[in-house]
Ligand binder design. Structure first.
Ligand SMILES: Cc1cc2nc3c(=O)[nH]c(=O)nc-3n(C[C@H](O)[C@H](O)[C@H](O)COP(=O)(O)OP(=O)(O)OC[C@H]3O[C@@H](n4cnc5c(N)ncnc54)[C@H](O)[C@@H]3O)c2cc1C
Length: 442
């Protein structure tokens, strides 16, 4: 049994950024709990050809030190520039090295507990008691959930083939793509950044395909600007209005008035959260149905080198993008038979639709928090129900002053909460609030 000021559960980007922010305050003792701390989902299983979708200038681990990542890159490659798109594997190296440096410099204030947390319950006096799978118990004044998103989304339409080895439900599981045969057509469900990563992974494994990527709209992410800086001085974000149509009109008009529409999209990021928070449940549903996909493809963009490779694969016919919906799937003797714009046979099908709701993850920690009424699903079932400062709300809607969140668990309350710039700011504000009692700066 150990007693600490803050226990951070989850050691991916969210956990590392939170620890880095906490150690910049006069915190007494922090424990970071994760079986393999330092990389997480996005920066762990990445291959060298998987690039960040944000330039180096925006990926620092420290709020207020914007060039930290860039300078770290320059230690490896002197010519690294602020607009370069580094590999995600390199970013994973950066995160784990940052964690190592923080641990060494903390003089014992930081402990890494390489284990899974299975429960967090209120402590009799104050704070919470976290128990790990190996039976370790940690009493913490504050617990921060940096557990990321749920497991891969489970698609009802794929249930009949779910246990067939030719269906890959989670493309990020270790070795997930290794069993896919070189000469077989492959279906990717989804046309976002995950589908592109998977298409590259298959091409690297010699799968000639054709690879067919499908989504309702058949839209690919847009491309980042080549070279030139994207920011445009003097721009003011359009004031969000209750009407989706009016907001879209204003954004279009502003985008038409500047040399590069990307500046407007980046400027809109904080306003989108404010707008989302102000919507009624019906309005949120309409946003998800009509606008979300368009926002995502403009907001989460491909690095230019990634866009070039996509174009080359499309031109060669090895990658096809289609619009449509999978209507059914069944196991055939030598393939998976899929109804999608007609009945078609694929040697493999890969689910590239992203992660499921956190509350459906089946993770013992989250399941127990929900069962104890200490947490509840967030708006529209996304993430956890949280206060604006990230405090977890219990089943009765009361904030828990000992249980907090950073990153994807805030999804639902926030729309933009998964990228490093957003998580970094949340980590800084949370550290200030927990340790110094500073009010929230948003
Ligand atoms: C493929 C991909 C590419 C991305 N690329 C970019 C990009 O280029 N730029 C950008 O800004 N953002 C990017 N993102 C978004 C963002 O950086 C990631 O979502 C990031 O992974 C979020 O970090 P996280 O720590 O919250 O979650 P995760 O990375 O999922 O990490 C969560 C960690 O918590 C651990 N954990 C979970 N439950 C427990 C438990 N009960 N006990 C102990 N440990 C637990 C997990 O093992 C994991 O290590 C990308 C995301 C993905 C998926």
């Amino acid at each position: 049994m150990r007693t600490v000021q803050v226990a951070v559960i989850g050691g991916g980007a969210g956990g590392v950024l939170t620890v880095a922010a906490l150690l910049g305050t006069p915190v007494h003792e922090v424990v970071l709990i994760d079986p393999e701390p330092g990389r997480g989902l996005a920066y762990g299983p990445a291959e060298p050809y998987h690039l960040l979708n944000s330039p180096a200038r925006s990926m620092s681990a420290y709020e207020g030190e914007p060039t930290h990542f860039l300078e770290w890159c320059r230690g490896i490659e002197a010519s690294a520039g602020p607009g370069d798109f580094m590999s995600r594997a390199r970013y994973g190296d950066y995160l784990s090295e940052t964690l190592g440096v923080e641990e060494a410099a903390s003089l014992g204030r930081l402990t890494l507990l390489r284990d899974r947390a299975v429960s967090a319950v209120p402590h009799a006096e104050a704070g919470m008691v976290v128990t790990t799978a190996a039976g370790e118990r940690v009493i913490a004044s504050h617990v921060v959930l940096a557990v990321g998103q749920g497991r891969a989304r489970r698609l009802a339409v794929m249930e009949p083939v779910r246990h067939d080895p030719r269906y890959v439900e989670d493309p990020w599981a270790p070795g997930a793509l290794d069993g896919i045969g070189a000469g077989e057509p492959v279906l990717l469900i989804g046309t976002g950044l995950t589908a592109i990563d998977v298409a590259f992974g298959l091409a690297e494994r010699g799968v000639a395909g054709p690879i067919v990527a499908v989504s309702r709209h058949g839209l690919l992410p847009r491309e980042h600007t080549r070279g030139a800086a994207e920011a445009v001085g003097g721009l003011v974000a359009p004031e969000p209005t209750p009407s989706l149509a009016e907001l879209t009109r204003r954004v279009r008009a502003l985008a038409d008035s500047v040399p590069d529409w990307r500046a407007v999209v980046d400027l809109m990021r904080p306003s989108v959260d404010r707008y989302w928070r102000g919507l009624s449940p019906d309005g949120r549903e309409r946003f998800v149905r009509h606008l979300a996909r368009y926002w995502e493809i403009h907001r989460h963009r491909m690095a230019p080198a990634v866009a070039d490779r996509v174009e080359r694969m499309r031109a060669a016919g090895s990658l096809r993008i289609e619009s449509g919906a999978v209507e059914s799937a069944e196991v055939a003797p030598d393939a998976l038979s899929v109804r999608l714009n007609g009945t078609r046979r694929f040697g493999a099908v890969v689910n590239c639709t992203g992660r499921d709701r956190l509350t459906a993850s089946g993770d013992p920690l989250i399941t127990r928090l929900l069962a104890d009424g200490l947490a509840a699903p967030g708006p529209a079932g996304q993430g956890l129900d949280v206060a604006p400062d990230g405090a977890v709300l219990d089943a009765a809607g009361r904030p828990n002053s000992a249980l907090w969140t950073v990153g994807p668990p805030r999804y639902g309350h926030l729309w933009e909460t998964t990228a490093v710039p957003e998580i970094r700011l949340q980590a800084r504000q949370l550290a200030d609030r927990l340790v110094t009692g500073a009010p929230l700066g948003v």
